[in-house]
Design a binder for this molecule. Sequence first.
Ligand code: CUA
Length: 346
Amino acid sequence: MRRHPVIQMVVIGAIASAIGIALSYWIHWFPADAAKQDKPIDTLYHVLMIVSIPIFVLVTTVILYSAWAFRMRPGQEREDGPPIHGNTRLEVVWTAIPAILLVSLCSYAYGVLTDIEKTHKDELVVKVHAVQFAWSFSYPQPGGRMVASDQLYLPKDRPVRFDIDSQDVIHDFWVPAFRVKIDTVPGIVTHLRVTPTKLGTYPVVCAELCGLGHSVMRSTAHVMTPAAFARWLAQKQAPASAGGAGGGGAPPTQAQLIALGRQTFTGEGGCGSCHTLADAGTTGTTGPDLRVLRGQTPADIRQDIVDPNARIAPGYQANIMPSGFGQTLTAQQLDGLVAYLGSVSK
Ligand code: CUA
């Protein structure tokens, strides 16, 4: 007679587990599968799911069933249950099983982690720089030069090592299609390893609440063929070496400054991720629409960039805009921005 409800309980639990596991497979939970690291991580997730669902369901079933079957009925208020003095065999079993499970799952997860973080000889190094609220990427070149980009370009099938730092607060570099993510910490360089395996474009997001503009701190990762990547790199290097010859050459013309300013606004400066500016085609709303600059002098515009707390647009707060642009932008980029913003605010 006493076996009956227990068997019922186990059957209900088993059916519920089967439904739970089937659901976990039926719905495709994962983003695109675009890196070598994805498969082992997804498998780890599935194994953890399949091990945990039956345990969760069985425990819940036992609790719910017991609360219902052994509930106190009218007239039983003063009755005492049978005295229990422990059950050594039962206690050994319910300690040993979870211990074995935990140790084996942890070892498995540790194995997956060391596997996906393995270093490779032919790594492509990409520096990732986080600032409230934009990402920028740079590619060290022979001779110490850097190729900078506000979007992430990667060749397919080549292991990549990201060297990641932050200028202000803790952010978190995450490309969901590559699965792995890591915090960016001011003063520390963190690393992430990935081997992209699928051509396409994938979102880059910030996964750490970092301020008002957190939700717009996004970029795009482009996985391209090695040939296309080489072309992109070469093309990025050409204008950099022509325009960057500031030392000794003629000073840039006003038109060149404006062009550099526009490029800085949408690119490396990251201004567009927070500010709407019709001319640049940006629609950020963390900071004021830059129509507020209409009629301002170049000196005022420069102050707004390097000392953003000196005057605040009505309806906005101080200490939202980063105050380090005077250090992070080159003098020429700064001149460019002032020229460009002046030219579109006439
Ligand atoms: Cu940077 Cu959230």
